[in-house]
Structures are given as structure tokens and as C-alpha cells.
Design a protein around this ligand. Structure first.
Ligand code: GCO
Length: 477
């Protein structure tokens, strides 16, 4: 039997308002309804009431159905189909087949007890050419998903851009073009009008830094460019797109909140030398302040700006007023934490802690505490939610290493809350095993196993563990 718990159709209260006719009634959580709520044992770390226990995915990584119902191609379709770009030539054509299995996945989320689900909207599914008339069939998928979440009492958190720029817009220059920021804001506005009465939390960009570094500098992600100068211009236009989208959101007068999802890394000098401290500050500028300062303070860091070479195109790309626009008031910030960075006196990087199957993922839970408290210290009391944290493992269903990883990071998050950080939620990356970009399906990040051939779902040990965490509203260290 694939499922360890037999699920029964809920008889009462299952079909909440908003549940679409084709959505089978949500399944009840397993076990007798009257069983007492589990409680934390001695030493347990209780989280605040209403803490948003969640999980994350992104469209290209899970949906599949790449050419169905009018979806247009994105840069990731193009890139993954080019020879040698991804491990084993893997693509997201089928991914986790979430597009077709959405109700099964919704029931799995409900069974875990998730309070929040962070997904992304595929821009080219709803706007096949990136602009113009909406593709009703594509949009309908997100209505089904969001209605299904609400019917199960799970809060939808929608990301507008998780790296899958419509190919039609890439053909016009993509993020290297200033116009792309406005194209993005126009699409965002269409989403606010289409889904804004049901989605209360919006995230504009996912990890613009990764687009700049991997998409435009090293070229290992779509669109596969290796051009540092173009990368910095694209980075500015991404941020401009964020600001314009926030402004568009305010213009719709929708209720709800909006912000960005940034991957942040605490940066430490690798030794006690003044030179290492100096180099660490430079790296911190690139990794953190270059993104945080414009979004939350409405200005680029002076040292980062000054370090841009004379004649660098990014200097011309940043026009008067841009930084203030990027700094349109955000309601929240999504923090994605995976690893710390240790910088040597020469400006190199060293690894000081164990890593995972993803060699870049250095395991250092205290780094989560450090980055959360740092954001509060330097940027004020904006509500934070961890929008991604997790690890890949070669362990299959018995993923005890992932359990230990999440437990230790949650303990660090708990300490940060104790230190006064307004941390509202935590989203595990990822709900499902999925298409891990250039690594294809070789890295498995999910709480739920997705069979590489059949796409059948099976809960891993970490899923059972996380369900217990949610039920207890806390972690047993
Ligand atoms: C990112 C992305 C995710 C990744 C995850 C693991 O942070 O890189 O948001 O899409 O899959 O982080 O690498």
C-alpha cells in the first residue's frame, strides 16, 4: 500500500464554499476525528498561535503539461531542451505532473495539515506570449488550485515570477530590456484582478540574485548567458519589475499583502583579519544588501554602487527615481535560507560546515537565526516568512537527514522569534520531489516522493514528521 494511512472521504464540512464542481470533496485527515490534539513533550519548542506552517513549489518545477491548454514556452522550456544544459537532458515537460494531479496533491497537503502553500504562477501559461489577452484555460488551472486550497483551509501564497520568463519576451530581449519590468507589472496586475479576491499573499520575484548569477553570469540556468554586464542590468530591471508590480497591486485596491522572496546568506569573515572583514563586507553587498536595500530602503548601497566600474551598463540602467520605485512599501519579506558564506582575506570562499548532495548547501542552522535577526536589526520590523528552506538527500523515503536538517533550522527560527523577529511562517522546500533546474531529477528535495517513472506519490518519513510538527505547533529538539 502506498499510503500509510487510509484516507476517507470527508462527510461533513468538506465542500467549503468556493470549491469548484470538478474538485472532489477534500479528504479528511486520517484517524478518528475525536483523537486529542498531540502536544509537545518537555523541552518542546512551541511556535506562536497561527504560525503558517507551509511548503513551497514552483510552476516549472512541478506542473508539467508544458504544451497543454495553450501554455506558451518559457526560457526554461527552451533551455532544458538544449543539449548539455541539464543533467541527463532532463526537462520539465512532465515534472511532477502536478497540473494533472492537482487534487491528489491538494489532499496530500491537507493530510499534512499545511496552513500555507507557496506556489508560482507560470507567466506563459496565463499569457502564452507574455502580454495581451489571458489564456482562460491556463488561468483556470490556478483557479482550481486556489479554490482547492481554500476549500481545505490552506492559505495560498502566490509567487508571480519563479524564473520562467515567457520565451516570447526573451525574444524581445527579456530582462535586459527595461520594458520587461513593465511587461511583468502588467502581467502581475492581470493576476491581481483575476485571483486577487482569493489570494491574500503575493510574492513578486523569487530569488532575483539567482537569475543574475546563474542565468546571466555563469549561464548554468536559463537563459544561459555569460555576461556579467548584462547580468547586472537584468538584476536592476528585475527589481524595477518588483517595484512596478507592488505599485500596480496598490492600484487595484485589493486587500492582501505583497513583497519579494529573496535568498539571503549571512556572510562571515573566514578568519579574524581586517582584510577578511573587508572582503566579507563586499560579498555581503552583492549577496544581501544589493537586494535588501532597494526593496526595503528604496536605495542601492553606496559601496555597492561605487564598486560598479565606470562605464558599466548598470550605471546607466539605474535612472533617477528607480530606487525609490523599487522601494514601494512592501508588506512582508520572504526569506529563503540555505547556506552561510565564509570569506577569506583574499576574497575567496571557504566551506566550514558539512554539505549535502547539493555541494553549495552548507548546513549551518545558526545562519538562519543570524539572517533573520539581521534583517530585523537593519531593516526594521517588517513581517517575515521563511519561503524556502530544505535539503536534497539521496535517502529515499527514510529521509532522516532531512528531518534533522528541518528540526535544527526550525529550532533556529524559534530562537529568532524569541529574539523578537516577526516571523510568521516557514515553508519547506519542497512539497514534492521535482525538476531541480540544471540538476534535473537527480536531486530530490520533497517531503513527498514522486516516482521518477510513474509519478506516483508517497509520503516520506519527513512528511510524517512535519505533520507531527504542525499538529503540535512546535518542534521537539
Ligand atoms: C531556489 C529556488 C528553488 C530551488 C531550491 C533548491 O532557491 O533555488 O527557489 O526553485 O529548487 O532552492 O535549489
Amino acid at each position: 500500500m502506498r499510503r500509510r494511512h487510509v484516507l476517507t472521504l470527508a462527510a461533513v464540512g468538506a465542500v467549503a464554499a468556493g470549491c469548484r464542481p470538478d474538485d472532489p470533496p477534500p479528504r479528511a485527515e486520517s484517524g478518528p476525528a475525536a483523537s486529542p490534539a498531540p502536544t509537545l513533550g518537555p523541552g518542546g519548542l512551541a511556535f506562536p498561535q497561527g504560525f503558517a506552517w507551509g511548503a513551497s513549489t514552483s510552476a516549472y518545477q512541478v506542473e508539467g503539461a508544458a504544451a497543454e491548454d495553450g501554455r506558451g514556452p518559457s526560457v526554461w522550456d527552451t533551455f532544458s531542451h538544449q543539449a548539455g544544459r541539464t543533467r541527463g537532458g532532463d526537462t520539465g515537460d512532465v515534472a511532477a505532473d502536478h497540473y494533472h494531479r492537482v487534487y491528489e496533491d491538494l489532499d496530500l497537503m491537507k493530510d499534512l495539515g499545511l496552513r500555507s502553500y507557496r506556489f508560482s504562477i507560470s507567466w506563459s501559461r496565463v499569457l502564452p506570449d507574455g502580454r495581451g489577452a489571458l489564456n482562460a484555460k491556463g488561468l483556470d488551472f490556478y483557479h482550481r488550485l486556489v479554490d482547492g486550497l481554500l476549500a481545505r483551509g490552506i492559505t495560498p501564497v502566490a509567487t508571480l515570477f519563479h524564473w520562467d520568463t515567457p520565451q516570447a519576451l526573451q525574444d524581445k530581449g527579456g530582462w535586459e530590456q527595461r520594458d520587461c519590468a513593465q511587461w511583468f507589472a502588467d502581467y502581475a496586475q492581470q493576476m491581481f484582478y483575476s485571483l486577487g479576491d482569493k489570494v491574500a499573499t503575493w510574492l513578486t520575484l523569487n530569488e532575483p540574485k539567482t537569475v543574475v548569477l546563474l542565468g546571466y553570469t555563469t549561464g548554468v540556468h536559463a537563459p544561459g548567458k555569460r555576461d556579467r554586464r548584462a547580468a547586472d542590468v537584468a538584476g536592476h530591471h528585475l527589481l524595477l519589475g518588483h517595484g512596478l508590480a507592488v505599485r500596480a497591486f496598490r492600484g487595484t485596491n485589493r486587500k492582501g499583502r505583497i513583497g519579494a522572496a529573496l535568498n539571503l546568506s549571512p556572510v562571515y569573515p573566514a578568519d579574524n583579519s581586517a582584510a577578511a572583514a573587508r572582503q566579507a563586507k563586499i560579498v555581503d553587498g552583492e549577496e544581501n544588501r544589493r537586494w535588501l536595500d532597494p526593496v526595503l530602503l528604496g536605495r542601492y548601497p553606496e559601496d555597492w554602487l561605487a564598486a560598479q566600474p565606470a562605464g558599466a551598463p548598470v550605471r546607466a540602467a539605474i535612472r533617477d527615481g528607480d530606487a525609490a520605485l523599487i522601494g514601494e512599501r512592501s508588506d512582508l519579506l520572504g526569506v529563503q535560507y540555505y547556506n552561510p558564506i565564509h570569506v577569506t582575506a583574499q576574497g575567496g570562499r571557504v566551506v566550514k560546515h558539512p554539505t549535502t548532495q547539493a555541494s553549495w548547501l552548507e548546513v549551518y542552522p545558526d545562519g538562519l537565526y543570524d539572517i533573520l535577526t539581521r534583517v530585523k536589526r537593519d531593516y526594521g520590523d517588517i513581517p517575515l516568512t521563511v519561503t524556502e528552506n530544505g535539503m536534497p538527500t539521496t535517502n529515499d523515503v527514510q529521509d532522516d537527514d532531512r528531518i534533522a536538517f528541518l528540526r535544527d533550522h526550525l529550532a533556529a527560527a524559534h530562537r529568532a522569534i524569541g529574539a523578537g523577529v516577526r516571523l510568521e511562517g516557514f515553508h519547506v522546500w519542497s512539497l514534492l520531489d521535482n525538476f531541480e533546474w540544471a540538476e534535473g531529477y537527480s536531486q530530490r528535495w520533497g517531503l513527498i516522493r514522486v516516482d521518477p517513472q510513474t509519478r506516483d506519490r508517497r509520503r516520506k518519513a519527513s512528511a510524517e514528521w512535519y505533520r507531527g510538527v504542525i499538529a503540535r505547533n512546535g518542534v521537539q529538539p
